[in-house]
Design a protein around this ligand. Structure first.
Ligand code: C5P
Length: 404
């Protein structure tokens, strides 16, 4: 379901010191399942060897225009590509693209392209800000070329400014997002919650849980991959997780904050997936000062607002979100407890996992879940990566939204 899987991507590399980063991009695209055709300009060959790219992509790298097969090749490369990405795109190549020059295999391929074209400018000094470059970018944008970056920062000359090539992971994210458009969730708004909440006890202490946030982030990515607009509400995560490109992220700390944000977003959502491990209880009183060890407190707890119950109430009035998916992390009586949750929270689907299994639940990369449906159906899924679980859940969400 990763939209890069099986796609034919032409990666054009032009003459810039950032060419070394294109090797990383070629590797990442290949790992994402794309068939990567690398075209190097003559300038690029001064910075990086074709062998680097052929080793990373497992395919022949294209360089010169002046071979027997090159003229046929460029048309095939450009026409057959699902996307052409030029990264780094030097000021020189940018200018050539703007006027439609085709004096090397790279620019020729771009001119023959029928699919979307992306450029990631990379240039030093004030070249990016120069009116000539800006005018060229304007022309390219008007023509539908998507300009990725550049970022601001230190450049090879030591100058700081706009001109650094966007990081390969970001370029990959933008490509993934663009290729997902038109998918089965296009035009749909999906809200995903992820991570745990922290319920403060005093200014330095809080109650929380072992949620890593990984399953929630994977769900957000899977929804984006199907073309959805995604809001990601994030509590505490075990490590800093990269926000999937395209997700609109809101960070929260407590269950009360998460309730406020989720209820607001749910008003416009087609689907809500509550993967967050929301604390079920919190200290009744938050001490203004750090509690001293000499005065050991008796902790008094109170329930937090149940977000899914509040969503169910609002949904009865407004009909939104059409689809609500809950999670149940259980350490005993998995199915009985999950059935109870499904009914009480009036869910469209419940994803239950037994957190006592070593290969499922918090922190690990894999998950073994059982899907429970309101009509009593129980659907156990095999051990999968969290991304695969996310894809399986989103496939069900698509079915539910389509009325299946
Ligand atoms: O009741 P329990 O916390 O086990 O239910 C789990 C499901 O309910 C999860 O989908 C979780 O995100 C959601 N939940 C909630 N509000 C709470 C606690 C949990 O929406 N206060």
């Amino acid at each position: 379901m990763n939209p890069l899987q099986g796609k034919r991507i032409v990666l054009g590399v032009s003459g810039s010191v950032a060419a070394y980063k294109a090797a990383d991009l070629a590797s990442k695209l290949t790992q994402a399942g794309a068939q990567v055709e690398v075209v190097l300009s003559e300038g690029a060959e001064h910075f990086i060897a074709p062998l680097t790219f052929s080793a990373l992509t497992g395919r022949r790298v294209h360089t010169s225009l002046w071979t027997d097969e090159a003229h046929v090749l460029h048309v095939g490369l450009g026409e057959g590509a699902d996307a052409v990405v030029i990264a780094p795109c030097s000021a020189n190549t940018l200018a050539k693209l703007a006027v439609g020059l085709a004096d090397n295999l790279l620019t020729l391929t771009a001119l023959a392209a029928r699919g979307p074209v992306f450029v990631a400018p990379a240039m030093d000094g004030g070249m990016f800000e120069h009116p000539a470059t800006q005018a060229n970018l304007q022309i390219l944008r008007q023509r539908g070329v998507r300009v990725l970056g550049p970022a601001r920062g230190r450049m090879a000359s030591g100058l700081v400014g706009w001109g650094r090539m966007l990081e390969p992971a970001e370029i990959l994210g933008q490509l993934r997002l663009a290729l997902a458009q038109g998918g089965p969730l296009s035009g749909r708004h999906v809200v995903v919650s992820a991570g745990g909440t922290q319920e403060p006890l005093d200014p330095v202490r809080y109650l929380t849980n072992r949620s890593s946030g990984k399953q929630g982030f994977a769900l957000a990515q899977a929804a984006l991959d199907l073309g959805a607009r995604v809001s990601l509400v994030v509590g505490a995560t075990a490590a800093a997780l990269p926000t999937p490109t395209g997700a609109e992220r809101t960070d929260v700390v407590t269950a009360a904050q998460m309730a406020e944000v989720v209820l607001q977003l749910a008003q416009t959502a087609d689907a809500l997936i509550m993967a967050a491990a929301v604390a079920d209880f919190r200290p009744r009183q938050v001490q203004a000062q750090k509690i001293k060890k000499e005065r050991l407190p008796q902790l008094e707890l109170e329930p937090t607002p149940d977000i899914l119950l509040a969503v169910a109430e609002a949904r009865q009035r407004t009909g939104r979100p059409r689809v609500v998916v809950g999670f149940a992390a259980e350490s005993e009586n998995l199915l009985a407890n999950a059935q109870d949750k499904l009914k009480r929270k009036r869910l469209s689907l419940l994803v239950a996992n037994d957190i006592t299994a070593p290969d499922a639940g918090f922190a690990v990369e894999t998950n073994r879940v059982t899907l429970l449906w309101p009509d009593g159906r129980v659907e156990p899924l095999p051990l999968m990566t969290k991304s695969e679980v996310a894809e399986a859940v989103l496939a069900r969400v698509v079915g539910l939204l389509e009325g299946g």
